[in-house]
Design a protein around this ligand. Structure first.
Ligand code: HEM
Length: 354
């Protein structure tokens, strides 16, 4: 990939945090941005700050706990519905539709049917590994175009609920989009939909398997009086978003290695989250763990916008675990060939008898 790769927690955090030294936006190095759909995700402070802050505020004005609980209830009824003995793809039938509804509810957008959106999300997740395999880029671009066209239809009607309604009424956002153009909002909204869907899909698959493969640790996490802390520990432990990257803006060294301006630096979030310098017994899932500043949602100016929703969702899954764990036997994951996001394409199981 012609990149440096950093694994230590402190190094990863510094790369993510230090906006003066590392860029997400290639324009800061004078590189072309023509191929990029500019949004809060592709720009750095200060240029994305106004919209990012308004997005975050709009998100936090939603009933995140209520939306998460609703998504978990929908998930449980889908897990319970199939007849005993049926072999079910839990991703297609249970996880994907309920996370699609959750993200749509928070945004205030229509829910894209899971069978339509899952292949789009797969193409976008595979394209995040274009540094490893450039052939993944064209299908990713086609998927990105599809998302933008879809978002265009959402924005063409006055949104009535969720973040989109809050943003539509916000004069600061209106002024900002005058400057940035309406594509900026379209790309940002599409980015939120996909970031929310793809990571929750990945985390859902990992969580269902965790309940099966490490039932004792999972039960301890579910029994904790602080389920948000348990949820954070689960995100640290599973780290479905395994890596991200930045570009160096100046020559400098990391651990004695010379990094040149313009070189790419990959931060291995999943490795940093198991760094024994920071996390004692890093390979144990420990809901009582005191060190809570994991990098599973990254860090710094691009830290996950949806982290509070994701944590509420995992907490609701833990709170209701006795209603959905153990319903299926012979779980068989089929992993997607992706590195940036660790995720499955399918997770099949046999519905147990009563
Ligand atoms: C389910 C667990 C989730 C995990 C593990 C996760 C992880 C991450 C990570 C690691 C990043 C930083 C990427 C980077 O710096 O390159 C990120 C960014 C982001 N996430 Fe999440 N995420 C999750 C859920 C969500 C949800 C539910 C939403 C929205 C509803 C969301 C929206 C976003 C957005 C919009 C960004 C880009 C922020 C920016 O660039 O300013 N995420 N997420």
């Amino acid at each position: 990939m012609q990149s440096w790769v950093v694994f230590r927690y402190e190094d990863c955090k510094e790369v993510l945090r230090n906006n003066e030294r590392y860029a997400r936006d290639p324009g800061r190095l004078g590189r072309s941005k023509e191929h990029l759909a500019t949004s809060i995700q592709t720009e750095d402070p200060p240029s994305q700050m106004v919209l990012r802050r308004r997005m975050l505020k709009a998100l936090h004005q939603q009933d995140l706990k209520g939306i998460a609980i609703e998504a978990v209830e929908a998930f449980i009824s889908r897990m319970s519905a199939p007849a005993s003995g049926t072999r079910v793809d839990l991703m297609a039938e249970c996880v994907a539709p309920s996370v699609a509804e959750m993200v749509a509810n928070v945004l205030g957008s229509p829910t894209v049917p899971a069978e339509t959106y899952t292949p789009i999300s797969t193409a976008l997740s595979r394209a995040m590994d274009a540094g490893l395999d450039p052939e993944r880029l064209p299908p990713g671009r086609t998927a990105g175009d599809w998302v933008r066209a879809e978002v265009e239809t959402w924005l063409s009607h006055a949104p009535e609920a969720g973040m989109l309604a809050t943003l539509a009424d916000d004069p600061v956002v209106g002024d900002e989009l005058e400057r940035k153009g309406s594509n900026y909002l379209r790309n940002t909204v599409g980015g939120i939909y996909n970031a929310g869907f793809s990571t929750s899909f990945a985390l859902g698959a990992a969580l269902i398997q965790l309940a099966e493969t490490e039932p004792e640790a999972f039960a301890r996490a579910a029994a904790s009086p602080n389920l948000i802390q348990s949820a954070n520990e689960i995100v640290r432990y599973l780290s479905p978003a395994q890596a991200t990257a930045r570009i160096a803006l100046e020559d400098h060294t990391i651990q004695g290695r010379q990094i040149r301006r313009g070189q790419s630096v990959v931060t291995m979030l999943s490795a940093a989250n198991r760094d024994p310098r920071i996390f004692s017994r890093p390979d144990d899932l420990d809901p009582d763990r005191q060190e809570s500043n994991h990098l599973g949602f990254a860090w710094g100016p691009h830290v996950c916008l949806g982290a509070q929703l994701a944590l509420n969702w995992v907490a609701a899954l833990l709170a209701s675990e006795n209603r959905w764990t153990g319903l299926y036997a012979h779980l068989t994951p089929d992993y997607l060939d992706t590195a940036t996001l660790m995720t499955v394409s399918t997770l099949k199981g046999d519905k147990r008898g009563k």
